[in-house]
Design a binder for this molecule. Structure first.
Ligand SMILES: Nc1ncnc2c1ncn2[C@@H]1O[C@H](COP(=O)(O)OP(=O)(O)OP(=O)(O)O)[C@@H](O)[C@H]1O
Ligand SMILES: [Mg+2]
Length: 229
């Protein structure tokens, strides 16, 4: 599903590499946490996956396809396979909850009919059916994050990538968000979650990849951090 082969990324000459010879394999249907101190290379890993940036050395495969071989025109199709959830919510303030989620379908040319059918299902999945006509400023942080998740899964991505999805939320709301991600995973979507939230990682007992100063130092199957917090 996702494979990194000896991937190195350096942003600038004479600076330490942001990723150092990282090799890993994430299978279809896995739920993986990616942890590490600030600057360890987590967001770099995600940007490489989305092909927002390219490796300095090494190769990245998604579904056995080397994404370096994608033409500019093909990159949007790669990104459609991936849903993304970032800490800064980025909802459209002048659109309702329904419209925010619908927008992700409109831009890839889905019909009115498909949109009217699917958006309520996605909002139900994240427990937000009762907020469908509200606007972002009328929602709590946790509710806004649910909308972002609904939007990220609306086009059935095979991989859902989350960079600090619980970053601004209190512990209880964070658990609710992680439970939603777990349910999405149960339905077959591969999930990669970048987080600093040690409590959640400890409770979930999922695979944990630890980056230290750009190197993948620990790959633990049962949820242990590879570094001291
Ligand atoms: N566009 C860039 N140009 C130059 N250096 C960069 C760039 N983006 C990231 N870096 C450097 O690469 C290293 C890894 O950064 P990255 O953003 O991947 O870390 P991170 O693990 O996501 O950190 P955080 O937890 O703070 O989000 C850091 O040393 C950072 O300064
Ligand atoms: Mg980051």
């Amino acid at each position: 599903m996702i494979e990194f082969k000896n991937v190195t990324k350096s942003y600038e000459k004479n600076k330490s590499d942001a990723l150092k010879n990282v090799s890993l394999f994430i299978d279809k249907g896995e739920f993986v946490f990616l942890v590490g101190r600030s600057g360890a290379g987590k967001s770099t890993f995600i940007k490489l996956l989305l092909r927002e940036i390219e490796p300095t050395q090494g190769s990245i495969f998604i579904n056995n396809y080397n994404i370096a071989n994608l033409s500019k025109r093909e990159i949007p199709f790669l990104r459609r396979k991936m849903g993304v959830v970032f800490q800064d919510f980025r909802l459209l303030e002048n659109k309702s909850v329904f419209e925010n989620v619908a927008y992700a379908m409109e831009i890839i040319g889905k019909s009115e009919k498909q949109i009217r059918k699917r958006v309520p299902l996605a909002l139900d999945m994240v427990g937000l059916s009762h907020r469908i006509n509200h606007y972002p400023h009328e929602l709590s942080g946790g509710e806004q994050q649910r909308v972002v998740i609904a939007r990220a899964i609306i086009n059935n991505p095979t991989i859902l990538i989350c960079d600090e999805p619980t970053g601004n939320l209190d512990p209880e709301t964070s658990y609710e968000i992680i439970s939603i991600l777990e349910e999405i995973n149960r339905r077959g979507t591969t999930i990669v979650v970048v987080t600093h939230d040690r409590e959640i990682v400890d409770v979930m007992k999922k695979r944990v990849l630890t980056l230290e100063d750009g190197a993948l130092t620990v790959d633990d199957a049962i949820g242990r951090y590879g570094y001291e917090v």
